[in-house]
Ligand binder design. Structure first.
Ligand SMILES: Nc1ncnc2c1ncn2[C@@H]1O[C@H](COP(=O)(O)OP(=O)(O)OP(=O)(O)O)[C@@H](O)[C@H]1O
Ligand SMILES: [Mg+2]
Length: 462
């Protein structure tokens, strides 16, 4: 789970700070940076796994377009990203080895420089990387967000006096910048890389629990999923050879549902009830095998007794169906970034949609054992009605935060020129859940007025 992000030099972000809760909603006007924030998370997730060129490839725009553009010719020459995360207490690698973490609160930083080489090409280089534990006494986010009665379920107790050493650090050695991964709690040399020379992050080099905290941070970032649903993928039946987890476009949905049914015979019932809450016309979700084609196909039963395969379902139905399935999928953990959940939903059903999204994010007070894996939902919205419903009906629920994005003019620390940058301001009837030290009191007051104006527009929707 991501709890804080700091961004500088990337797209519309300059000295940008924001905090998250398990269910985070970002409302705001067009082109104000809502999707750019998803792009930053996407880049971090890619950097945890891929080489630099590939990490920058699958984003909106070319690599150079990710660096903040100050004027028609001037771009930032570096991107700084920092994230603070909360991870599960245990981590398991692909070889079945498991490790129990000493710290579940971690902070990761990376700096990427854009350097012109002798041949006139621009190279992307990592000049700084760091992964450190966040010490409990300095952890304002935990203080504000997790009730002390439930704390031990999420944050292991660390004996006082033990100093949290970095798990990745950048150091100077014989006038050369070195990125190091010390052996986590054990004696030995660890790993060393030359900063500005490596083609991919030190974080990405760790593939096992040999370095438990680094591996946990990497796995966390790999579980940041960006749902960009493609109706064709959602509709397509799955072959028996298909992966049994849902892809970011919605592919393999039938295979995933088949697996869920194999794991738990009652799960289809739960999913049917969930779907029926939002779409009363459908009473039952079923998964069948098309023997002749050797495929699994999803069918919905309508309240008048007719049966429809996924091939003919509406886009809105498919968007709701995938969320219902993910909610009951034990293999689903990490973050879902989702654009405009109100799309395809009748305004009367917004409340049920919010309930469903809430069910896809961790409630820190829900500590039935064994603990469920951490889940987070980050959504963008244009709908004032959606924001209004969330605010009104979740006043005391700490796990939800709502933010309002807008562009503000300011002089960035990277460049002396005045430009427009994204600012996210908290929208809430009580600001209890977020530590707002990075905001001026005047900014908070200003948001309340703006949000009121924004929420008035809800009466014109639907
Ligand atoms: N490298 C860059 N430097 C500065 N600004 C950029 C850069 N790349 C994109 N932008 C700005 O970011 C805008 C896009 O922002 P984004 O896609 O996050 O908007 P949004 O809030 O998601 O809007 P919508 O609600 O329309 O989806 C572009 O219109 C452009 O003005
Ligand atoms: Mg957008």
């Amino acid at each position: 789970m991501i709890t804080r992000i700091e961004i500088n030099g990337f797209k519309t972000f300059s000295d940008f700070v924001m905090e998250f809760t398990p269910f985070t909603v970002i409302a705001g006007t067009n082109a104000s940076g809502k999707s750019n924030l998803f792009d930053a998370l996407n880049l971090l997730s890619n950097l945890a796994d891929k080489d630099m060129r590939s990490a920058f490839k699958n984003l909106r725009g070319d690599a150079e377009e990710q660096f903040t553009q100050f004027s028609s010719k001037e771009f930032s020459d570096k991107i700084n990203l920092a994230v603070e995360i909360l991870v599960d207490k245990t981590v398991k690698d692909n070889w079945g080895e498991e490790a129990i973490l000493k710290y579940t609160r971690l902070r990761y930083e990376i700096q990427i420089n854009r350097i012109r080489n002798t041949k006139g090409f621009d190279d992307l280089k990592i000049s700084h990387e760091e992964l450190v534990p966040i010490k409990h006494q300095e952890d304002k986010w935990v203080k504000n967000n997790i009730d002390t009665n439930f704390l031990e379920s999420w944050i292991p107790k660390v004996k006082t006096g033990k100093r949290g050493k970095p798990y990745i650090l950048t150091d100077n050695k014989l006038n050369k910048q070195i990125i190091k991964i010390p052996l986590d709690g054990k004696p030995g040399p660890g790993r060393e890389f030359s900063a500005n020379e490596i083609a991919q992050s030190a974080l990405s080099s760790v593939n096992s629990v040999e370095f438990p905290h680094v591996f946990a941070a990497k796995k966390e970032m790999l579980n940041w999923r960006f749902l960009q649903l493609n109706p064709e993928d959602l509709r397509r039946p799955s072959s028996r050879m298909a992966p049994d987890t849902v892809s970011h476009s919605g592919a393999n949905l039938a295979a995933a549902l088949f697996r869920l049914q194999q794991e738990d015979e009652f799960v289809l019932n739960d999913i049917s009830i969930e779907l029926n809450n939002l779409l009363p016309n459908f009473t039952k979700v079923a998964i069948t095998e098309e023997i002749s084609e050797n495929k699994f196909v999803i069918k919905l039963l309508s309240d008048d007794g007719r049966e429809f395969t996924s091939r003919v379902l509406s886009e809105g139905t498919l968007r709701i169906l995938i969320l219902c399935i993910l909610k009951y999928d034990n293999q689903h953990k990490g973050i879902i970034c989702f654009e405009e959940p109100e799309n395809g939903i009748h305004p009367f059903r917004l409340k049920m949609m919010i309930q469903l999204l809430k069910g896809l994010s961790t409630d820190f007070t829900d500590i039935e054992l064994p603990l469920l894996p951490l889940r987070q939902m980050i959504v963008n919205t244009h709908s004032a009605a959606f924001v209004d419903k969330i605010l009104k009906e979740n006043k005391t629920y700490k796990e939800i935060s709502v933010w309002f994005s807008k562009l503000v003019s300011k002089i960035s620390s990277n460049n002396k020129q005045n430009c427009k940058y994204t600012k996210l301001l908290p929208v809430s009837y009580s600001h209890g859940q977020i530590s707002l030290d990075f905001l001026e009191p005047s900014e908070i007051a200003m948001t309340e007025l703006e949000v009121e104006k924004y929420l008035e527009t809800k009466d014109f929707e639907s």
